[in-house]
Design a protein around this ligand. Sequence first.
Ligand SMILES: *[C@@H]1O[C@H](CO)[C@@H](O)[C@H](O)[C@H]1NC(C)=O
Ligand SMILES: *[C@@H]1O[C@H](CO)[C@@H](O)[C@H](O)[C@H]1NC(C)=O
Ligand SMILES: *[C@@H]1O[C@H](CO)[C@@H](O)[C@H](O)[C@H]1NC(C)=O
Ligand SMILES: *[C@@H]1O[C@H](CO)[C@@H](O)[C@H](O)[C@H]1NC(C)=O
Length: 293
Amino acid sequence: MACLLLATLFISFNGLVPLVHSYGHANTCRSFCGNLTLDYPFAVRPGCGHPGFRELLFCINDVLMLHISSGSYRVLDIDYAYEALVLHDPHMSTCDSIVLGHRGNGFVVESWRAPYLNPTPDNVFMLLGCSAQSPLYQGFPGKHLPCRNVSGLGCEEYYGCSAWDAIGPRRTGILYGSGPPDCCAMPYETVKAVNLSRLDCQGYSSAYSRAPLRVSGPDEWAYGIQVKYSVQGNEGFCRACEATGGSCGYDIDGNSDLCMCGSWNSTSNCDSAHSAASYTRIWSSEVPLAGMI
Ligand SMILES: *[C@@H]1O[C@H](CO)[C@@H](O)[C@H](O)[C@H]1NC(C)=O
Ligand SMILES: *[C@@H]1O[C@H](CO)[C@@H](O)[C@H](O)[C@H]1NC(C)=O
Ligand SMILES: *[C@@H]1O[C@H](CO)[C@@H](O)[C@H](O)[C@H]1NC(C)=O
Ligand SMILES: *[C@@H]1O[C@H](CO)[C@@H](O)[C@H](O)[C@H]1NC(C)=O
């Protein structure tokens, strides 16, 4: 009899849970900036999202900006399915304009953040006007250049842009004979940090392929820096938190995961910890039942 009563009470308790979720704590952390939706692992509020992306994004007049050590970039797109961002640097060269004079940002991310944010292997960096003394051209035996095409994108085709007409680029093959080429393309992996002053380059361009679309020429390439983001196997915590109506975040002081459940925070999710805290002593023998309902 007592057992039946317990079970009945438990069912009532579980029945109440969805009610609580529908108006307490959903989407504490979701926000919008212009037409971009900011969801886990991104956030603009401190304590929301994943700590690998803290102090990274800022919404300024409906424009989403990303700040890393090399500078500020406009975020053009966030693709949550592919886990990628597209960034724009106003001083990056494109097919319409070649910007020299060390004005571009390049791409350098803080070393603690590097595990979470890196340009994709399909993204080509085209370094422009690098000096013969550039670290790029040192240490390659037989004067072979590190320059190469990335996913079908490279300098040979980029030279076809009308912006090069006034410059009359110096092209060089894969061998470095009469001075360095005006453009040298490579994936991010080759240099690890596109620091224009360290590499002694005048400027850069960046493009990525929107696979499997094949585009005909450099005027149709997608210009921008395509960056892959990763939460390093932390998806499980967040999925469980969101499934119980919480918002995924972290403890600002300790950087440990927190599930934000409206009026309180949980270290696991909005069901288990709360019921554990309030009901454990009474219902502990009924825990297996909860899983069955
Ligand atoms: C967002 O708006 C910009 C123009 O402000 C537009 O170019 C872009 O395609 C829009 N993005 C989405 C995902 O709707
Ligand atoms: C929950 O955690 C967030 C982020 O650390 C914090 O801003 C908030 O004040 C916490 N809420 C409570 C009720 O402790
Ligand atoms: C780029 O390299 C220069 C010179 O080596 C250095 O002073 C600067 O801090 C680097 N910039 C970044 C963002 O790492
Ligand atoms: C890049 O591809 C073009 C043709 O699309 C080719 O002519 C060129 O030699 C390639 N460059 C390198 C460095 O492999």
